[in-house]
Design a protein around this ligand. Sequence first.
Ligand SMILES: Cc1ncc(COP(=O)(O)O)c(C=O)c1O
Length: 411
Amino acid sequence: MTKRYVVRPETAVLTRGFDPKLSVGSARPAVFRSSTYVFSSPESAARAFDIALGRAKPTPDESVDLIYSRLSHPNAEILEDQLVPLERDATEAAVFNSGMAAISSIFLTFCPPGSGVVHTTPLYGGTQLFLDAMLTPLGVRFGVADAGDGKALGATIARMKGLKVVFLESPANPTLRMTDIAAVVEAAHAHPDRPLVVVDNTFLGPAFQHPLSLGVDLVVYSATKYLNGFSDLLGGVVLARDRELITQLRSTRALLGNILQPDECWLLNTRLPTVALRMNKQSKNAQRIAEALQGHPALERVIYPSLFTEPDQVRIRNAQCDHPGGIITLELKGGRPAAFSFLRRIRIAHNAVSLGGVESLACHPRTTTHSEMSPEQLDHAGISEGMVRLSIGIESCNDLLTDFRGGLDGL
Ligand SMILES: Cc1ncc(COP(=O)(O)O)c(C=O)c1O
């Protein structure tokens, strides 16, 4: 019998889920672009369909034939296996062709028409628009609480009837307000409907925040961001402790046809072993830059987790985040004109949406990523005219600091 070692995540991400024998000995996985798969026998085909359609469950060591790549394909299976060790307490993952595909599939799977959803605000603009434009017409009802307001969130959860999903973004995009994940889990577990708790962990995970360990049911990512890290593909990931939840999501994925394609899976696969290395460097860079920019006369304030002063935000940060992460939000004095001048003047960081890449990016959330929100919603969420979101890359932090100071000086 071969001895099995229990290895750490940084080893598992390189050794799990891939058998070179299935790729003619290639040390890295091949790309399997086939849209359909040849069955080993008609009986195996029938068995594969029984399992895919939920009429039968595979036995623990059963090798089930692949069917058709809208359902799954070898590169998705390899990627899903290698994602699992990166997320503490995960047992299963499902990959999607964007973060929005992952998020929308969660809601479409677990929120039938007429059900209740509680979420924090602000949310990424695309998520908010999906809830408003696609779920409201299905009669889904919403309870909304400000990110970080544990009391309001607890009361909103307790009040909601037919509650199916509690959805959190922590830290919130772009205000970086943190929500006490463990407290939300407690409130959800006390609810008679036992809703699923879902955390969008795009900003700090998988390296610095571990929601499944805090009792969360599903963790979702825009893999377009830190997981990939090179701003050259779109992807989404959902991870869970309970395999059954991922099985249900895969059924939705097969119907919607939003699985991540083989080439993208292969590419994302090559980026996983460096996620922690990149995120650590980005967080170190961001912390030095945020702390150096604080107090600059052109700035109203610098929002960054290591600079939090509100006692409850400090408590939440200390309890649930290992490091502050690579996103800094600046509030410039002088509103939109000052923010736009800053974006025109910086030379290293590009003025682009998205985040988490090795190159630094800067954007004006109020007119771009969050422009779907009404002026009242934006004001309420604290997404001001003078706000600029910085995604810090792995460049020299001294060069970046010179660039940002050049953008701010004399504004
Ligand atoms: C926090 C967060 N969640 C989800 C998404 C959506 O991801 P995608 O663009 O991969 O669909 C984004 C995109 O910016 C995001 O910032």
